[in-house]
Write a protein that binds this ligand. Structure first.
Ligand code: ATP
Ligand code: MG
Length: 891
């Protein structure tokens, strides 16, 4: 049965039993503690923990999942992928154990003809939690005999999230694949022969004091009990397709086959059914198939390779795939262009967006492979040297410093260092490496913290926030307001008052000041209270909800508890808002021109100025930039209304608001829209109508790192005065060249061309001049022991090229007698020497390189025929020549 059909049957079965079909959420999790969604239940967590009311009581989904902790198992077991799909059915306070077991059993054992999976009941085993007698009874009722029901402990059969909240026992369903896969005895004995394919979680308790997987306290029974199940789609597919493992199912096998074809391996030739005993080549082919598919899925969901977070996971997976290909002997350049399209063809039937988006996806993958191949070239040499040195010193481990240097300077990932070292039979001082990494991280963190929050220690802020709650931001609608001064914070913590000249941090109950965030620069302004006045130069949100104003007391004294009046610098704010709205327009327009791949990767909205970073693997042509600028300015001219409103994340997505990957959004989000042109989730401040921007001028575009490019631009008056300055410049150039302004470019190009030609001509003439003398110099050769020797200084201004040519020219004119030509030259404060020797002189034992080295005390280099060196003081030029003569005489 095809994987797609399994999916369809699963969904149909539960839909027919009253479940709402819920689509998969994207792989990047909407949760700061989780990089990637790793189970079907992740999107339902708010329902399970009671943060939100589910709109349905039963749901079914096929969720895209990623489990990085399983990466080392890939290919070595038959059942672990990094990417996989989880079929799941969920009940929110509706049916419980009985319903879940019954529904699962029917689907699994119903004959294929009747829409089921047709597994043989006699081969099914189940596990239950130690004391969960209720489940045991239910399984027995369905017909599973006691000897195939296994009780297991907390480690395997008790589920919780590692935090206080819902928890409960689980029950797993296994299929016995037969003795050729391993020993008898059930899942306790062999988890690869007895393959777990479905886990039913019964959420029935609330737990607290969670110290570890197995150490927690059950507080009470949940009032509404829930069901959460997960069936590994790839695992059930392997069972139903009668293949040995999940890498051989229809959605994966073609990738594996392609890798085998490319590397000339016959998959499976050296392995049996038992995954753990597979030949390393087969494991590698599985790793490639898995990782290529996973990369496709991750990039498809908007992640791009980078050095941290999700981007790093992707980078690591992509690189492991490339490396596995090389370990299999592939040396013919990039491999992904052969493999990724196969993965696309496997997955596109279920995820058509992969085909539509393949240009973008593949460009990231291919660029990453190129980058990795060059990293490999650089790093491998260094690592090889380190390996050789380590072995020579009879040590067993490569030093932590070396590993760190490879990582830090060459971008050589530690896991790769480990792998390559292991292949050479060496270890790596990982502890040393980790220490250095931690040190570096600590430094970076301390820097960032000191810059952003002033205090490395956040406890003072925490206390202020706990005591007074979040600060209200009123700056969307007003630029000044009265508010109580809640706290004053000095370098050592809260203080009651601050006097003239002091730097102080100030927390108001409500503030019109915008704290730096979302790329938007903070407001500045004045806060007055009584006779005191503070000049605010920075505003930061140091903790979620806590806005802190930083400033200096200009005069008087300011006290906590007073009522103050905060007033922002309106002109600055307007200029910033213009820049921010402009950024949205540029972002949207870039996407219109370059496709959705051109996603914002960072931005800066400063007064009158914007900076916009975005993902794209290659440079943006100048003509596109011109078009983008033109289009943005057309939108300004339309004078569209800028509106903002609060809505649900789901609704925002539905109306096409751009959300940034990796950004954490709450349930309620703020959408900013410019007419119907641009719509984006945003917490920043904006103008009221696009016409207020006046003019947007894009200055330039450049690369700032792998796959990330930056556009800078000016907005409003700043753009106008920039354009005015440029206009003056062009007018002046036009005047100087006596052409029309629009002809300046052609004229300059023409002049550059002329200049180049003139330079070439000059060079030619100078060379002629130098060479003109060659004949006379050859005629004046001295005879030294039967060798014709010319030792002369080159004319002033001769380039090193000229000098070499001169020496060769003279040598040529000396005919067939043994000849040595030495030409010294001076350039600035240094002298240089060129020596040319002809074959008859060589057969007398005279070698150009020896003569140069002899004259320059070992420095210089070249061949037996022609050599050169230099770097000595200019006044030694004659001495160099004299030495050459002496050396010739001595032979
Ligand atoms: P295992 O012990 O085999 O690693 P698990 O206990 O980690 O499995 P669960 O967390 O219960 O698995 O996940 C539910 C289901 O998802 C499993 O029954 C299995 O079918 C599937 N599954 C889990 N991890 C993977 C993986 N890495 N690759 C493919 N399928 C998986
Ligand atoms: Mg697992």
């Amino acid at each position: 049965m095809k994987t797609a059909e399994i999916k369809r049957r699963f969904v149909a079965h539960f839909e027919a039993n009253g479940h709402t079909v819920v689509p998969s959420v994207p792989l990047p999790a909407d949760d700061p503690n989780l990089l990637f969604v790793n189970a079907g239940m992740v999107q339902f967590v708010p329902y399970f923990v009671g943060q939100a009311t589910p709109p349905f009581r039963r749901a079914v989904s096929v969720q895209k999942c990623l489990r990085t902790p399983d990466i080392d198992e890939v290919g070595k077991t038959s059942r672990h992928g990094t990417f996989f799909q989880m079929n799941g059915n969920f009940s929110f306070g509706d049916y419980f154990k009985e319903g879940a077991i019954d529904l699962a059993w029917k689907l699994v054992t119903n004959p294929v003809k009747k829409g089921g999976f047709g597994l043989e009941p006699e081969r099914i085993w189940v596990t239950v939690y130690l004391d969960d007698d209720e489940s045991i009874e239910l399984w027995k009722k369905t017909g599973v005999p006691a000897e195939r029901i296994v009780r297991r402990g907390k480690k395997d059969n008790f589920w919780h999230m590692g935090i206080p909240g819902p928890a409960g026992p689980c029950s797993e369903i296994y299929y016995d694949r037969g003795p050729e896969y391993g020993p008898d005895g059930g899942p306790e004995v062999d988890e690869d022969r007895y393959l777990e394919f479905w886990n039913l979680v019964f959420m029935q308790y609330e737990i607290a004091d969670v110290k570890s997987k197995e150490d927690f306290r059950i507080v009470r029974d949940l009032p509404a009990k829930n069901i959460d199940t997960g069936m590994g789609l790839e695992r059930i597919a392997a069972l139903l397709q009668g293949v040995d493992n999940m890498y051989e199912i229809d959605e994966v096998r073609p990738i594996l086959a392609k890798a085998a074809e490319l590397t000339g391996k016959t998959y499976g030739a050296k392995s049996g059914h038992v995954a753990a005993e597979s030949h390393p080549d087969d494991v590698r082919l599985r790793v490639i198939a898995d990782h290529v598919r996973t990369s496709l899925m991750i990039i498809g969901d908007g992640v791009t390779p980078s050095n941290e977070g999700r981007g790093y996971v992707l980078r690591r997976i992509l690189r492991r795939a490339v490396r596995a290909m090389r370990l299999l002997g592939w040396q013919s350049g990039p491999a992904l262009p052969h493999l990724l399209p196969v993965a696309r063809d496997c997955m596109a039937p279920s995820y058509p967006e992969l085909a539509e988006d393949f240009d973008r996806i593949s460009s990231y993958a291919y660029a990453e492979e190129e980058a990795f191949l060059s990293t490999l070239r650089a790093g491998t040499t260094i690592l090889d040297t380190a390996i050789a040195e380590t072995k020579k010193a009879r040590r067993k481990r490569i030093s932590g410093e070396k590993a760190f240097q490879l990582h830090d300077t060459y971008g050589f990932p530690i896991d790769l260092t480990l792998e390559i070292a292991a292949e050479a039979g060496l270890g790596v001082d990982q502890e040393g490496f980790r220490k250095l990494m931690a040190e570096q991280r600590r430094r970076a963190k301390a820097d960032a913290a000191a810059r952003k929050s002033g205090h490395a220690d956040l406890s003072a802020y925490r206390a202020v926030l706990d005591a007074g709650g979040p600060v209200e931001f009123t700056g969307y609608t007003e630029t000044a307001r009265e508010s109580k001064i809640r706290s004053l914070i000095g370098p050592l913590g809260t203080v009651p008052a601050a006097g003239e000249g002091e730097e102080i941090e100030l927390v108001l109950d409500a503030t019109p000041f915008y704290a730096e965030g979302g790329g938007q620069q903070p407001d500045t302004g004045i806060i007055t209270a009584g006779d005191g006045q503070v000049e605010v130069h920075d505003v930061q949100q140091v903790l979620p909800g806590l806005i802190v104003h930083r400033g200096r007391v200009l005069r008087g004294e300011i006290r906590a508890g007073q009522v103050g009046f905060g007033e922002i610098d309106v002109n600055r704010r307007r200029a910033i808002s213009r820049a921010h709205t402009a950024t949205h327009l540029v972002h949207q327009t870039m996407r219109n021109f370059l496709g959705e791949a051109a996603t914002q990767a960072g931005s800066l909205n400063a007064p009158g100025r914007l900076r916009f970073d975005f993902n794209t693997p290659s440079a943006v042509p100048q003509s596109v930039l011109v078009d983008v600028e033109q289009k943005v300015n057309e939108v300004l001219a339309e004078d569209l209304e800028v509106r903002d409103f609060i809505t649900s994340l789901a609704e925002a997505r539905k109306i096409g608001a751009i959300a940034l990957f990796g950004e954490k959004y709450g349930d309620r989000v703020r959408v900013v829209e410019v007419g119907d042109y641009a719509r984006e989730l945003c917490g920043g401040t904006h103008v009221h109508r696009s016409g207020q921007l006046g003019l947007v001028k894009i200055l330039h575009e450049a690369s700032i790192g792998s796959g990330i490019r930056r556009i800078e631009g000016l907005v409003g008056l700043d753009a106008v005065s920039y354009a005015a300055k440029e206009h003056i410049l062009v007018s002046r150039l036009a005047e100087l060249y006596r052409v029309k302004p629009e002809e300046v470019g052609d004229r300059v190009e023409q002049m550059i061309q002329q200049l180049r030609e003139a330079e070439k001509e000059l060079e030619r003439l100078r060379a002629q001049l130098v060479l003109a003398n060659a004949g006379a110099l050859a005629d004046a050769a001295q005879d030294v022991n039967g060798v014709a020797v010319v030792a002369v200084e080159a004319p002033e201004g001769a380039s090193s090229n000229d000098v070499r040519t001169l020496a060769q020219e003279i040598r040529g004119r000396l005919g067939t007698r043994p000849a040595v030509v030495a030409v010294a030259s001076r350039s600035g404060t240094k002298a240089a020497l060129v020596v040319a020797v002809n074959p008859p002189a060589k057969s007398r034992g005279l070698r150009a390189v020896d003569l140069v080295k002899g004259a320059l005390a070992g420095r210089g280099g070249g061949s037996e025929d022609l050599a050169q060196g230099g770097g000595v003081p200019a006044d030694q030029a004659p001495a160099l020549l004299a030495t050459v003569e002496k050396l010739v005489a001595a032979v």
